[in-house]
Design a protein around this ligand. Structure first.
Ligand code: GMT
Length: 388
């Protein structure tokens, strides 16, 4: 199929999933057209079946704020017409689904049927989407999409509860390339950073408030106070990063923490890590935790959102009540201090990720869904044209 994919190109889970999906679909013979204001950060190469179309952002004196969503719709129309797109797949409801619906309607007036599949990722529903400024637009965009997927059952439920959604939402979980995400000979960090053979605790996020990064630092401080020989790697960047840095200084643990900023690929860093921690207030899925598990790193996560779907029953991680720093500290300490338990859970984490979330198992679910949505949309369009 010829598929247009739109996502946020910056560091973040939805952009990662969209880009990896596009790359996997291209390897399976589909023509993939990424449409965004910037090359997605994981799109390292534009190859035979992968194209990138930049949405122009120009400034005109009359626009105080440039109407990006309209420029995106126009680019979608243009790409759909000149590359004969069969379908638009947008990741994140705002504004991508809204722009795609407008593009689809314009194309319909020009005699083309290009259905829209919207994938909900999390904050588009749980935080941004429920802001009264956006809520009616989000509801409309979900209802007007030809197909809607959510990355977990928890997010699907949340979407039904929070919005007046009337159609079906298909759950297609996130996936990983299990070759790319596997334990390998790690980078040299451990040698320099852990001269005394300390263990490594790692956290990867975009440092938004929802990630509860202060809890990571507080748990780390408690571990050090208990005498656990451990260092902390913080990977990623975002609004709470400076605050996290200040907190490490205030708590006197700065010397034992390394802020690595945005890193890609992160498998090298995960490969030198012993335990991954994710104390988020919400995660629709928790792709970062799955990536750690695939690299054989046991996880300690909040028991919220889609994380139980990823972690529970895997034998590769612990779930702790949200905000319960004692539980987080106990579980992390247990893993760091008991080598045989950690190794057993590391193997279970990897096995679970491979069994349930490998690319080869999940990408065909998208392909089947595209065909279903495409068949329904074209049959409906034929019916309309023949006056039925
Ligand atoms: O976690 C973020 O803040 C980034 C966000 C995004 O949309 O890029 O991530 C969301 O989508 C990821 C991919 O589906 C999920 O793994 C994350 O759990 C989800 N984040 C939240 O729900 C907070």
């Amino acid at each position: 199929m010829n598929i247009g994919i739109t996502c946020y190109p910056i560091y973040g889970g939805s952009g990662v999933v969209a880009t990896e999906l596009g790359k996997a679909l291209a390897r399976r013979g589909h023509q993939i057209h990424f449409i965004s204001y910037q090359m997605p950060f994981r799109l390292d190469a534009v190859t035979d079946n992968i194209f990138f179309h930049e949405v122009g952002v120009r400034s005109y004196p009359i626009f105080q704020y440039h109407p990006y969503s309209l420029a995106l719709s126009s680019t979608m129309v243009d790409v759909a017409r000149y590359h004969a797109l069969d379908l638009l797949h947008v990741h994140y409801a705002i504004p991508h689904a809204t722009s795609a619906i407008l593009a689809r309607d314009i194309l319909h007036d020009q005699g083309m049927t290009v259905p829209v599949v919207t994938t909900l990722h999390g904050t588009d529903i749980t935080i941004v989407g429920q802001d009264p400024t956006f809520a009616p637009v989000v509801t409309h965009s979900i209802n007007a999409s030809d197909g809607v997927t959510a990355v977990s059952d928890a997010l699907r439920r949340e979407t039904y509860e929070a919005f007046g959604v009337n159609g079906d939402i298909q759950v297609i979980p996130n996936f990983i390339n299990t070759e790319q995400f596997s334990r390998r000979l790690g980078c040299g960090i451990r040698r320099h950073f852990c001269p005394g053979g300390e263990k490594v605790l790692v956290h990867v996020s975009n440092f938004r408030t929802v990630k509860n990064t202060p809890h990571v630092v507080q748990v780390f401080k408690r571990l050090r106070d208990r005498g656990v020989p451990v260092k902390l790697l913080l990977v990623g960047d975002g609004p709470e990063r400076a605050g996290a840095e200040r907190l490490t200084r205030a708590l006197g643990v700065y010397a034992h923490v390394r802020f690595l900023g945005k890193q890609d690929p992160i498998a090298d860093i995960l490969s030198v890590s012993d335990v991954f921690i994710l104390p988020s207030a919400f995660e629709s899925f928790g792709l970062a935790a799955l990536e750690a598990m695939a690299c054989g790193v046991p996880v300690v996560c909040s028991d919220i959102g889609g994380l139980p779907e990823v972690v529970r029953g895997s034998g590769g991680g612990f779930l702790c009540p949200l905000g319960d720093l004692d539980a987080f500290t106990d579980r992390t300490a247990q893993l760091l201090q008991d080598d045989s338990l950690r190794m057993q859970m590391a193997a279970a984490a990897r096995a679970h990720a491979v069994r349930h979330y490998k690319e080869e198992a999940i990408v065909p679910q998208y392909e089947r869904y595209y065909l279903e949505v495409y068949a329904t949309a074209t049959a409906t369009a034929r019916g309309h044209r023949s006056g039925r």
